[in-house]
Ligand binder design. Structure first.
Ligand code: HEC
Length: 167
């Protein structure tokens, strides 16, 4: 009787180890048998929208300031555009730059004083493209507003800033 029990035990053991072995084999071979695309193996066409753009405008990083400076302002300085720019300036910029851009916002006593935006050094020497890019990517210490303001909104802010020169 004893040897029947041992034989059954042996059979069960053999079956379990066979199944286990099959399982292990299946999982270990898996990685080498998948469909894979080797880098550089084929040149795929770029899907549209994969070049970084924001709001339809090519996204130029901070290092590309020179290229950004040369861009023309696509938004006409209509009274509506200036009003929109003034509203956005009031929300995002006045804490540091002050409501008239003089650099006297409430934050300035505890922060690096920002430049007077109505000053000729900015009004005549800086292009619209430059200022729009500074707003989007930030300055040396000024924060970037590319996340908060769309490219078009930034052009509106530029149009508002241009009215400061005449005040
Ligand atoms: C946290 C404070 C702060 C806020 C908010 C801020 N700025 Fe500035 N801004 C500065 C400081 C400081 C400088 C000068 C140093 C630098 O470039 O970082 C500056 C510089 C500038 C310049 C001149 C850049 C140059 O190179 O001549 C412009 C234009 C400007 N800011 C526009 C804006 C506009 C528009 C907004 C709102 C969208 C804004 N800033 C929000 C602090 C701020």
């Amino acid at each position: 009787m004893k040897w029947v029990f041992l034989l059954v035990l042996l059979l069960v053991g053999a079956a379990v180890s066979l199944m286990g072995g099959a399982l292990v084999l299946r999982w270990t071979n898996n990685m080498t048998q998948t469909v894979k695309v080797v880098p550089g193996e084929q040149v795929l066409a770029m899907p549209t929208g994969t070049v970084p753009r924001s709001g339809g405008e090519l996204w130029l990083p901070r290092e590309e300031r020179e290229a950004a400076t040369k861009r023309a302002n696509p938004v006409r300085a209509t009274p509506e555009s200036v009003a929109t720019g003034q509203k956005l300036f009031g929300i995002h910029c006045t804490p540091c730059h002050g409501s008239a851009g003089k650099g006297d916002g409430p934050v300035t006593p505890r922060f690096i004083p920002p430049p007077d935006l109505s000053h000729p050094s900015i009004q005549t020497q800086r292009t619209d493209g430059y200022i729009q890019h500074v707003i989007g990517t930030g300055g040396a210490v000024m924060p970037a507003y590319g996340e908060a303001l769309s490219p078009e909104e930034r052009w509106h802010v530029v149009n508002f800033l241009r009215t400061l020169a005449r005040r």
